[in-house]
Ligand binder design. Structure first.
Ligand code: F6R
Ligand code: MG
Ligand code: MG
Length: 367
């Protein structure tokens, strides 16, 4: 059967500060989705949080970008924002950049990852969600899962994966897209996705069957708003097993934490720490950035699960390493490379400071 899996998320208010979500907000989102279920528009749903982000995971048959699905997701965010205001949560309605819904939540603030699939006999999916980081944080993990044989041995020894995968990459500044075939174009691919603030892996496809393997949210809040309004805190759906990497190959990139942009005031590089849903509560210096991974089996659209995949003890060492990396980065205080490079600071107060001091800059005489 044709099925759409939609993950739509927004930060509509934090508890406490930007560190977590309030249980009553999750309760309200559940109540709202229960009502939507009565209308028959959804097959199933699951509500969760990653830090201060409210995550709506939904299955239906309305296809990708459905106005119906996006409209009620938007309405739920509006409803939960009202509750967030009652509770005086911090940054209530933070990601809702407009008062008026216009057909699709993309471009209005929330993050979206959706894929329409033909449900397999056993449809294994992992949904990754991150807090305190930006879209583009999935570039390296997706590269490792689908193009790096040191991560995914299936690329070498499993006939179903040996053909390789195609990467659909978005240039979020120029609003252009390009597809790279791996393995033969990995050097070209890496030229671009190695700069994740601009080039973001939007989707990955199986090259033989054309099936969609992964999709990520590419919305960049700062570019939509033209100013800093919190980080994107992206989501990503990955299909597992059979023609796709095994669950363990999909989780493996998160065993070796690397630096991503985000963290305090969205203006710092810091390690992406794999955690359980319960531990997705950025604390130290509003971080370090977190990633959670929920695994489901789909049964005619029913979300069987989740299993909290990154809660496993095999990620304990990664958490330890991420904490040590966090310590090392914090040592730099306001200096790069902890603080983001100048170009990335353009959406913060940096331009205001520059403007204020511009008249005090004088020319240095030539020698
Ligand atoms: C980062 C983040 C936090 C806030 C910081 C200041 O993505 O959400 O680090 O930027 O706590 O928050 P405000 O400006 O809301 O006081
Ligand atoms: Mg927030
Ligand atoms: Mg957040």
């Amino acid at each position: 059967m044709k099925l759409t899996l939609s993950v739509i998320k927004a930060d509509i208010g934090g508890f406490v500060g930007h560190s977590d979500s309030h249980p009553e907000i999750l309760g309200r989102a559940n109540e709202c989705l229960d009502k939507v279920m009565e209308s028959g528009l959804l097959i199933d749903y699951y509500v969760t949080k990653c830090g201060d982000d409210l995550q709506l995971i939904m299955t239906h048959q309305q296809g990708e970008g459905s106005e119906y699905i996006h409209k009620f997701a938007w309405d739920i965010f509006v409803d939960c924002t009202a509750l967030a205001k009652e509770l005086k949560l911090h940054g209530a309605g933070q990601d809702l950049l407009t008062d008026a819904f216009s057909g699709n939540v993309k471009g209005l603030g929330p993050g979206v990852a959706e894929m329409e699939i033909e449900e397999r006999e056993a449809e294994t999916v992992i949904i990754f969600m991150a807090d305190k980081t930006s879209s583009g944080a999935w570039n390296m993990p997706l590269y490792k899962m689908f193009a790096d044989p040191f991560n995914t041995i299936g690329l070498v020894i499993a006939p179903s994966l040996h053909c390789g995968f195609a990467f659909d990459v978005h240039d979020v500044k120029e609003h252009k897209r390009i597809t790279f075939n791996t393995p033969e174009e990995i050097y070209d691919l890496l030229v671009f996705i190695g700069a994740p603030s601009r080039y973001i892996v939007n989707a990955v496809y199986h090259r033989d069957t054309g099936e969609i393997a992964a999709v990520s949210s590419t919305q960049r809040l700062s570019m939509i708003a033209g100013r800093y309004v919190g980080k994107d805190d992206p989501v990503c759906i990955v299909r597992a097993q059979g023609n796709f990497p095994a669950v363990g190959e999909i989780l493996e990139p998160f065993a070796s934490p690397v630096l991503v942009e985000g963290w305090m005031r969205g203006s710092h590089n810091g390690p992406l720490m794999p955690v359980s849903v319960e531990d997705s509560t950025p604390a130290r210096f509003d971080g370090p950035p977190r990633v959670i991974g929920l695994g489901f089996q789909l049964a005619n659209g029913r979300l069987v699960g989740p299993r909290d995949m990154l809660a496993d003890i095999s990620f304990n060492l990664a958490r330890q390493q991420a904490n040590e990396m966090a310590d090392m980065m914090r040592r730099h205080g306001p200096f790069e490379p902890h603080r983001l490079p100048l170009e990335e600071m353009e959406y913060t107060t940096m331009p205001d400071v520059m403007e204020k001091l511009r008249h005090r800059f004088t020319d240095i005489p030539a020698d």
